[in-house]
Design a binder for this molecule. Structure first.
Ligand SMILES: [Ca+2]
Ligand SMILES: [Ca+2]
Length: 248
C-alpha cells in the first residue's frame, strides 16, 4: 500500500512539473502564499482609544477605552492603494463632554506608523463627529454631535469635503510610557481643530504606493487563486475533482 502511495505521489509530482501544466498557471508572484515577512507592523496610539480600518476592513480596535494609555501593535498584509480610516475617541461623558465626574476637559490625540513608512500627519483628513462641553462651558456643559456618515471607512467614501487634520506636538498630547517603547519615528500626533473639545474624530487617508519604495506582492486576490506549492498531507478532505485543497 505504502509503495503504491509513493508511486502515486511521484506521478502527481511529475505531472505538476510538466511544462504545459506549469505554463497554464498565473505568474508565480501572484500565487505564492504570503509569509509573515510580507506583513508590516501597524503601531497605533490614541488618547484615549481608536478603531482602525484598512481598505474598508476593521483591522484593529484599542483594547483599553480609557486609561492606561496603550499602544496597539498588529501585523497587516498591505495592498496598495491603501485606504486607512480611523475613529479617534477622547474619553468623555456623552452628555457633558467632560470626564472624571465632570471635573475635567480631557484632550485627544491620534498617531500611527506602519512598517512601510506610512505616518500620520496634516495630509490626513479629520472630521469631528462629537464635541463638548460646547464652547468650553463647564458650568452648563453639553455635547453636540452629527451622525457618523455611512461607510465612512470604505475605500470609495468621498472625503473631499472633510477638513485637513491638524498636527499637535508631543508636549501638547503628552503621550504616556508605552508610546516611547514603540516606533513612531516621523509620525505626528493628529486630531481635528480642537484637541480639547472635539471628542470623536474620524480620520482618513489613501496611500498610493509604499512610502519606503519597497516592491511588495499584492495578495488582495489570494482567495481566488490556487497558491503555488500547496502544503501536502493532512486531513482526508478533497476539493471538486478529487484534488486535495490547499490548507489555509
Ligand atoms: Ca475632550
Ligand atoms: Ca483624553
Amino acid at each position: 500500500m505504502r509503495r503504491y502511495l509513493n508511486a502515486l505521489a511521484c506521478l502527481l509530482l511529475g505531472l505538476s512539473q510538466t511544462p504545459s501544466l506549469v505554463a497554464q498557471q498565473p505568474p508565480a508572484a501572484t500565487l505564492r502564499k504570503p509569509r509573515m515577512d510580507d506583513t508590516i507592523k501597524a503601531n497605533v496610539y490614541a488618547d484615549n482609544s481608536f478603531k482602525l480600518y484598512i481598505n474598508g476592513e476593521l483591522v484593529a480596535v484599542d483594547s483599553i477605552k480609557f486609561v492606561p494609555h496603550n499602544v496597539i501593535s498588529v501585523d497587516i498584509l498591505p495592498t496598495y492603494p491603501m485606504t486607512i480610516a480611523a475613529m479617534g475617541i477622547d474619553n468623555a461623558d456623552p452628555k457633558t463632554g467632560m470626564e472624571y465626574a465632570n471635573t475635567n476637559i480631557g484632550d485627544g490625540g491620534f498617531i500611527l506608523k506602519l512598517g512601510d513608512g506610512t505616518v500620520t500627519d496634516a495630509s490626513w483628513k479629520a472630521k469631528k463627529i462629537s464635541w463638548g462641553p460646547v464652547g468650553g462651558d463647564t458650568k452648563n456643559p453639553r455635547v453636540e454631535s452629527i451622525p457618523i456618515p455611512d461607510n465612512w471607512y470604505s475605500v470609495s467614501f468621498d472625503d473631499t469635503d472633510w477638513p485637513q487634520a491638524k498636527e499637535y506636538s508631543e508636549e501638547t498630547v503628552g503621550p504616556k510610557e508605552p508610546f516611547f517603547e514603540h516606533d513612531f519615528k516621523g509620525a505626528k500626533f493628529i486630531w481635528s481643530d480642537d484637541v480639547l473639545l472635539d471628542n470623536i474624530v474620524l480620520f482618513r487617508t489613501t496611500i498610493k504606493s509604499p512610502p519606503d519604495g519597497k516592491e511588495r506582492i499584492d495578495f488582495a486576490n489570494l482567495t481566488n487563486v490556487v497558491p503555488q506549492n500547496p502544503q501536502r498531507g493532512g486531513g482526508p478532505r478533497r476539493g471538486p475533482g478529487g484534488q486535495r485543497p490547499p490548507r489555509n
